[in-house]
Ligand binder design. Structure first.
Ligand SMILES: [Zn+2]
Length: 261
């Protein structure tokens, strides 16, 4: 932390006034380690959020200036709040997308497959409200762009996590397991089962019969989802991939039925 310096202020603050929001390089001749940055607030115009001092990023936190370098990652680009996430809780500034933050973290969840009991919708709506174009339209172009990107990512995250199949694929990708979603199936047992399902769907006399088949398929899908969770927990990725294959097929079969209903 740079908790030093100041006094020099007159020439210094004048310089800042001219440059407004730009990054400012403070010459080393202004550095007097015995001075305290806390007093800086009397001299610095409040709209200056960031300065560059001897190659260090300094930022205002509240009304004092300190080095953001250590906390730069995951900290607010505007006020250096180290806990800033999507939207800074301190200054309300929208943060740029950080791809190292996974979808589970966006919803404050532990990275695990079984999240059925969690209320994702509330967090989802909360983020969308904070990132909504109507709410950020008075902000800078940069923040509006951040908000649009963050909002799109939150939508992706919500859709991915609320769908058991997408969530399974996503969590395997996080584990660095390659999932080929276009893979050709050579599992004879599964292929035979799918043919049988197709035949029963084709032969179904009415919507009542179709709904019955749909229920059975839903049951099989849920069973595969449980198999996936078990395989993932014991890190048996080949089994996990096989479960994903089944879920994919059951999902498609269900879509076919929905079309007919
Ligand atoms: Zn902030």
């Amino acid at each position: 932390m740079w908790m030093r310096k100041l006094r020099i202020l007159t020439p210094f603050s004048q310089k800042l006034l001219f440059t407004k929001r730009e990054t400012i390089t403070i010459s080393s001749s202004y550095c007097k380690p015995e001075f305290d940055f806390h007093t800086v607030e009397q001299f610095f115009p409040q709209y200056i959020r960031r300065v560059n001092f001897r190659g260090n990023n300094l930022g205002f936190c509240g009304r004092s200036l300190f080095s953001c370098e250590a906390a730069q990652r995951n900290s607010c680009w505007n006020c250096c709040n180290a806990k800033a996430f999507l939207v800074c809780t301190d200054c309300g500034c929208v943060q740029p997308v950080d791809h190292s933050v996974d979808y589970f973290k966006i919803f404050g969840l532990e990275k695990k497959y079984g999240i059925e009991g969690e209320n994702l919708e509330r967090t989802y709506k909360d983020w969308q409200r904070k990132l909504h174009p109507d709410l950020v339209h008075t902000k800078s172009q940069k923040e509006r762009e951040y908000a649009a990107e963050q909002s799109a990512r939150v939508i992706d995250a919500y859709r991915t996590l609320t769908d058991p199949l997408s969530r399974a694929i996503y969590i395997l990708k996080l584990e660095d397991v390659h999932v080929d979603e276009e893979e050709k199936i050579d599992d004879v047992e599964l292929l035979t089962e799918m043919l049988e399902i197709r035949e029963t769907v084709d032969e179904a006399a009415d919507s009542q019969a179709l709904k019955q088949i749909q229920e059975q398929i839903q049951g099989k899908f849920e069973q595969s989802s449980i198999s996936f969770a078990d395989a993932l927990q014991s890190r048996k990725y080949i089994e996990a991939l096989a479960a994903i294959r089944r879920m994919t097929y059951y999902k498609r079969a269900n879509e076919e039925i929905v079309k007919k209903l």
